[in-house]
Design a binder for this molecule. Structure first.
Ligand code: UDX
Length: 456
C-alpha cells in the first residue's frame, strides 16, 4: 500500500503495479481519489497516464479500508518547508498516527519512508506507531525502513525503471529481503520495457545499497545538495565567463569530460527551481544548525541561485533601460521542461518582480499555464495561446524554461513581431547560428564571447 497520491506516491505506485505487485493507493483527499478512479491525474508526467491505463491500481480514501495482510506500507505524503526551513512533518505524523490506530496484532508487514524526511524520521515514525499500538493494548514492534526516491520530474518513469542505485535503510534482515524482492525486476533489469520508454543503450544494473535508516535519510539530502551546488557552481563561473569574454558552455563541456567532475548538472542559466532542491537545502541547514554545524557551502549555493534570478532582471534593465510600461514576454512557467510543476519556479519570481517594476507581462508555456492561472489568479499577466502571440508587440522576451519546442522556433520570423528584438536567453538554449540568423539583440548567461548581432 502506498499512502499519498502525489508525485512520488503515484509514480511509485504505477511502477510497482507495472512490475506485477498488487498496489493500493490511499489518499485521504477524496476528490483526488475520485479523479484518479476516473483516470484524471493531479499532475502531468510523461508516460504516466499510459502506464496507469495498463496496470491495476486500487484507490482508497479511508484508513478503514486498510488491509491487515499488506506486506509493505509506503509513506509518500508531502513534506513542505516551514518558515524556519524545518520540514513540516504534519502529514507524515498523521500517517504514523493512523497506522498506530489501525494496525492489528496480525499485521506482519513493514513500513517504508519514501518521502524526503529529516534524519531520524524512520525511528520517530516507529515510535509513534508503536505508542499508538501500545495505547490499544497491542505489544508489537514495527519495522520502519527508509527508501528515498531520486526521481526527476519529467523523467520519473525512466529514473524508476533504470535507477543507478536503490537505497534501503534498515538493519532488519526481513525488511531488507522484502525490499530487495520488491525491486528485483529492476535490480536484475528483467522487467519488460514499458512501451513508453526506451531502454538505455548502456545496460546498467542498479546498485542495491543496504544501510542504516539514518544513512539513507542523509544520502537523499546530500545528493540533492550536491546537485544544486553543481548548478550554482557553474552559474558563479558563468558570471565571470561573461565578464572576461569566455563561453561557459565550452568551459562546462571541457571540465565535464573529467570523470571526477562529470558532464551532468553543469548547464549554466537561471538556476534551479522545483519542490526539492530548495526545500531539502533549507531542511539540511536547519538540521545542521540544531547540531551547531554551519553549512556555508549550502548557504552559498542558495545565495548564488537567488542571485541568478536577479541577474536576469538586471540584464533586462541594462538592455531595455525603462521597464515601466514595456511589454515583456516570458517563455516558460514550469521550473523545468516536461512538467506542469511551477513550485519554486524561477519564472514566477521573475514575472512578479517585473510586474512590481511596472512592466506588462505576456507568458506562454506548453503545459503549465492552466496550473498557474488557477493557483495564482491574482497575477495580472496575459496568457498567450502560442509562441507567435507571445512575441507579438514585445519589447523583450525572456526564455526561462528550456522546453524542447523553444529550441526549434522560427526566431527570424518571431523577432519581426517584436517592437524591439531583445532576447534574454536565461537557459542558453539558442545556438550561435540561430542568434545570427534571427538578428536578435541576444543576451545569454555566461556567453561572453558572443557579440550582439546589431546594436539597437
Ligand atoms: C531533483 C533531483 O534531480 C532528484 O534526484 C530528486 O529526487 C528530486 O529533485 P527535479 O527537481 O525533478 O529532481 O529536477 P532536476 O532535473 O534535478 O532539475 C532541478 C532544477 O535544476 C531545474 O530547475 C533545472 O532546470 C535546473 N538545472 C538542472 C539547471 O539549472 N542546470 C542543470 O545543469 C541541471
Amino acid at each position: 500500500m502506498i499512502v499519498g497520491s502525489g508525485y512520488v506516491g503515484l509514480t511509485t505506485g504505477a511502477v510497482l503495479a507495472y512490475l506485477g505487485h498488487e498496489v493500493t493507493l490511499l489518499d485521504i483527499d477524496t476528490r483526488k481519489v475520485d479523479n484518479l478512479q476516473r483516470g484524471t491525474l493531479p499532475f502531468y508526467e510523461p508516460g504516466l497516464s499510459e502506464i496507469l491505463q495498463d496496470v491495476k491500481l486500487n484507490y482508497i480514501s479511508t484508513w478503514h479500508q486498510f488491509d491487515q495482510t499488506t506486506d509493505i506500507v509506503m509513506i509518500a505524503v508531502g513534506t513542505l518547508s516551514k518558515t524556519d526551513g524545518d520540514v513540516d512533518m504534519a502529514a507524515v505524523d498523521a500517517v504514523a498516527q493512523s497506522l498506530g490506530e489501525q494496525i492489528h496484532s496480525q499485521f506482519n508487514g513493514i513500513i517504508v519512508m519514501k518521502s524526503t524526511v529529516p534524519v531520524g524520521t524512520a525511528a520517530s515514525v516507529k515510535g509513534r506507531v508503536e505508542r499508538g499500538l501500545d495505547a490499544r493494548g497491542i505489544k508489537k514492534e514495527v519495522e520502519v525502513a527508509s527508501n528515498p526516491e531520486f526521481l526527476r520530474e519529467g523523467q520519473a518513469l525512466f529514473d524508476s525503471f533504470y535507477p543507478e542505485r536503490i537505497v534501503v535503510g534498515t538493519t532488519s534482515k526481513q525488511a531488507q529481503a522484502i525490499l530487495h524482492d520488491l525491486y528485483l525486476p529492476i535490480l536484475q533489469q528483467t522487467m519488460q520495457v514499458p512501451t513508453v520508454l526506451d531502454r538505455p543503450s548502456n545496460d546498467i544494473y542498479p546498485v542495491f545499497i543496504n544501510t542504516t535508516s539514518v544513512n539513507a535519510e542523509l544520502i537523499k539530502y546530500t545528493a540533492n545538495s550536491f546537485l544544486a551546488m553543481k548548478i550554482s557552481f557553474i552559474n558563479e563561473f558563468a558570471n565571470v565567463a561573461e565578464k572576461v569574454g569566455a563561453d561557459i558552455r565550452e568551459v562546462a563541456y571541457a571540465i565535464g569530460l573529467d570523470k571526477r567532475i562529470g558532464p551532468q548538472f553543469l548547464q549554466a542559466g537561471i538556476g534551479w527551481g522545483g519542490s526539492c532542491f530548495g526545500k531539502d537545502m533549507r531542511a539540511i541547514q536547519h538540521l545542521a544548525k540544531e547540531y551547531g554545524c554551519e553549512m556555508s557551502m549550502i548557504q552559498a549555493t542558495i545565495d548564488v541561485n537567488n542571485r541568478q534570478r536577479e541577474i536576469v532582471i538586471k540584464k533586462l534593465q541594462e538592455t531595455l533601460h525603462i521597464l515601466r510600461g514595456k511589454t515583456i514576454g516570458i517563455l516558460g512557467l514550469s521550473f523545468k521542461p516536461n512538467t506542469d510543476d511551477i513550485r519554486e519556479s524561477p519564472s514566477l519570481d521573475i514575472l512578479r518582480k517585473l510586474l512590481d517594476l511596472g512592466a506588462c507581462i505576456k507568458v506562454y508555456d506548453p503545459l503549465a499555464m492552466q496550473v498557474c492561472q488557477s493557483r495564482f489568479p491574482e497575477l495580472t499577466v496575459e496568457y498567450c495561446e502560442n509562441v507567435e502571440t507571445l512575441f507579438n508587440g514585445c519589447h523583450a522576451v525572456v526564455l526561462v524554461t528550456d522546453w524542447q519546442e523553444f529550441r526549434g522556433l522560427d526566431y527570424p520570423e518571431l523577432t519581426r513581431k517584436m517592437v524591439k528584438p531583445i532576447f534574454i536567453d536565461a537557459r542558453n538554449v539558442l545556438t550561435n547560428e540561430q542568434i545570427n540568423e534571427a538578428k536578435l539583440m541576444y543576451v545569454g548567461m555566461g556567453r561572453g564571447g558572443l557579440k550582439w548581432v546589431k546594436e539597437f
